[in-house]
Ligand binder design. Structure first.
Ligand code: NAP
Length: 640
């Protein structure tokens, strides 16, 4: 059917022109779309302004209109896939930078220009297909990562079952329904690489939209029939003799036992709400709840409300509730950094979606640009200079400049309220904690007459309200805890017993570690997605990490299938050496700085959550497992 070209003019007005130039190289085979006068220059944290003069942009749009029209009316066929050299030129052009050596493969793979990616399982030989069918995998969790694992296991032909404690798929996007909940990585990268959505309504979509997306994917891959809902893994124990995990499930109809050759945990890092240990917390007689367990039955209209915590969740729900409450007291222990992102709540222009849908490769190059701009491109800003002798509010000269830029953007939002600005500009370096996206609504909320930002420490919760360290008692009708999650307690509260009955949590002793975030010695065939040290602070989308992890885990299962081994676990020395590297890396990042406290660190102060390196490093490290890193066992016999 002929494409209606009427929206094209308007679409070109909204286009990210460098991404469109790259798409036009595909369409026409001409590299003249990459001419120097159209090459962008970006500023940090810009929303894509290219710095290209308007007259040049107009020329580019006119040429694009002709080329797109010719293609969509069938007058010009699609050219051949560009050579690797040309692809590299296209990357440099769209990024407005010379993409460093080593990134080419990674980004080409992420784009899947020829429709293939290293992330697609390739279990094509009859031997592998037969071996795959003998495996039996249990996936724990049907959120973003669990669904992804299920898709890849299906593609590989490996039998599996998923269990999830919830009544539906979606994980975090099912559970977090607080007002204003939305993703804070752009949707064009916070989505599976192989399941693009050309119709995101907003750049950073709201929770219902995200839930719809994941439900839609589950539907397209027919995954729901593979999920046992409202089913909780209580305990799993490795059966040494038979090389299987024996798993105790709590199901709606009682306790059940199942067995699996391998278990993939996909339970997230931010799943178990954490209430603070504040004296008297239980004594409050009004409703009180956690942001991740929002009480929609509690009408906040006209109520005196307290919010404890000013992290990512509170940053989103406070501006949403402030208009209906009688009064709001926000208790802030440490202010968050909010990076200026004016379009945070804006719709994706219709024209942009039209281009994604009708101009081949535009979506891929737009995604590429996002990847580059908001991922590894930001790392230098938050990397510590080991010789830094400047103020502890920064970790390097670059970080200090970054700090001044963001602080100025915050201060500019409230020139008449220096008192408030002084309270909300953090004293720790930017990048020390998760940076939030700031379009001004947070400060607008705090500036309202019915809102008070309390920075005195909380000493007690009483039956009627909250008492602060200065002795002041405030009465409330409702208390909302935006106090985060038990992030460091990976896989808790599951009980996991590995070789010789060793308990995983006792083994970790509050300091979870894993090789590449996925495997750990003594716990064969236990594979974690979003495990220790796989969280990212500034560089990108966790969907990318999960895709890399799942590729690697499928690689591990393939290794079992190819070798006939029954079990695999990382060698202790490989695991330990990896963790030493990770610790060294984290010490050199803003979030590892000693003056920073956050959920990224465990009680001993070690960063248990974050990946300190570039995305490309994780991509490369997880291409495929190196058999030399593992102990493979067949019954009790070594298979190396
Ligand atoms: P969070 O970032 O851990 O924030 C918890 C807040 O509670 C912090 O301000 C913390 O202060 C405060 N707090 C904790 N214990 C306290 C106590 N005893 N007294 C006073 N204040 C206390 O939790 P979150 O906001 O739920 O976010 C957690 C993570 O979830 C985020 O970092 C992000 O990765 C993810 N998230 C993402 C999105 C998104 O993508 N849109 C949205 C929400 C959450 P301190 O800083 O002093 O500890």
């Amino acid at each position: 059917m002929a494409v209606d070209l009427e929206p094209l003019d308007q679409a070109l007005e909204t286009a990210h022109l460098p991404a469109l130039s790259a798409a036009l190289v595909h369409l026409t085979g001409e590299t003249s779309w990459l001419r120097p006068e159209w090459r962008p220059t970006y500023t940090p944290l810009s929303r894509g302004e290219t710095g290209v003069p308007e007259a040049e942009q107009a020329k580019m749009r006119a040429a694009a209109k002709a080329a797109i029209t010719a293609y969509l009316t069938g007058k010009a066929p699609m050219a051949a896939i560009p050579s690797p050299e040309v692809l590299h030129q296209m990357m440099n052009f769209v990024a407005g930078a010379d993409i460093p050596e080593g990134y080419g493969d990674f980004l080409t793979d992420e784009l899947a220009i020829d429709g293939h990616s290293t992330k697609d399982p390739n279990w094509s030989t009859p031997e592998l297909k037969a071996a795959a069918r003998k495996l039996n995998v249990l996936v724990v969790g049907a959120g973003m990562s669990g669904l992804l694992a299920a898709i890849r296991l299906t593609q590989a032909g490996v039998p599996f079952e998923i269990v999830d404690k919830n009544p539906d798929v979606g994980g975090t996007w099912l559970e977090n329904t607080y007002p204003g909940c939305r993703v804070d990585s752009s949707n064009h990268i916070y989505s599976y690489s192989f399941e693009p959505n050309h119709f995101w309504p907003q750049h950073f979509s709201t929770q219902p939209v995200l839930l719809d997306y994941f439900r839609g994917v589950a539907g397209r891959y027919d995954l729901k029939k593979k999920v046992r809902f409202e089913t909780v893994v209580e305990e799993m124990a490795w059966d040494e003799a038979r090389s299987v995990w024996k798993v105790r499930l709590k199901t709606p109809s009682g306790i059940e036992h199942v067995e699996a050759n391998a278990v993939i945990t996909a339970v997230g890092q931010l799943n178990r709400p954490r209430f603070p240990d504040i004296k008297g917390r239980e004594s409050f007689r009004g409703p009180s709840f956690h942001s991740a367990e929002w009480r929609h039955d509690v009408d906040l209209t006209g109520k005196r409300v307290a919010v404890i915590g000013t992290g990512a969740s509170a940053f989103q729900f406070v501006p949403e509730i402030v208009g209906k409450v009688a009064s709001l007291s926000v208790f802030q222990r440490t202010p968050p950094w909010g990076f200026p992102v004016p379009h945070y709540h804006e719709d994706v222009p219709e024209g942009m979606n039209w281009l994604m849908e009708h101009v081949p490769f535009y979506d891929k190059w737009y995604r590429f640009w996002m990847f580059w701009m908001v991922t590894d491109g930001l790392l230098p800003m938050v990397t510590a200079d080991p010789d830094w002798t400047g103020p502890t509010t920064a970790v390097s000269q670059l970080n200090l400049g970054f700090r001044e830029m963001i602080a100025a953007a915050i201060a500019a939002q409230a020139p008449d309220r220096p008192d408030l600005v002084a309270k909300i500009i953090p004293t720790y370096p930017p990048g020390g904690k998760r940076a939030l996206l700031d379009n001004g609504v947070w400060l607008d909320a705090l500036k309202r007459d019915n809102v008070e930002l309390v920075t005195d420490a909380i000493s007690e919760v009483t039956a009627s309200g909250i008492v602060t360290a200065d002795g002041q008692a405030r009465d409330f009708d409702v208390i909302i805890y935006g106090t985060g999650f038990h992030a460091s307690k990976f896989l808790w509260p599951m009980k996991i017993k590995g070789r010789q009955g060793a308990d995983l949590h006792e083994t970790w002793a509050g300091d979870p570690r894993a090789y590449l975030g996925m495997t750990t010695p003594g716990f064969p065939n236990l594979f974690m997605i979003y495990g220790p040290n796989t969280n990212i602070v500034v560089n990108g989308s966790i969907v990318f990490f999960s895709e890399c992890s799942v590729r690697y885990i499928l690689g591990c299962l393939k290794l079992l299938a190819q070798t006939g081994a029954a079990a695999m676990e990382p060698k202790r020395e490989v695991h330990d050496a990896f963790n030493i590297r990770v610790d060294e890396g984290n010490r050199l990042m803003a979030w590892g700085a000693p003056q920073v406290t956050s959920w990224y660190k465990n009680e001993a102060g070690r960063v248990t959550q974050n990946w300190p390196f570039a995305l490309v490093d994780y991509w490369r490290a997880t291409l495929a497992p190196d058999p030399k890193d593992f102990i493979l066992t067949k019954s009790a016999e070594l298979v190396e």
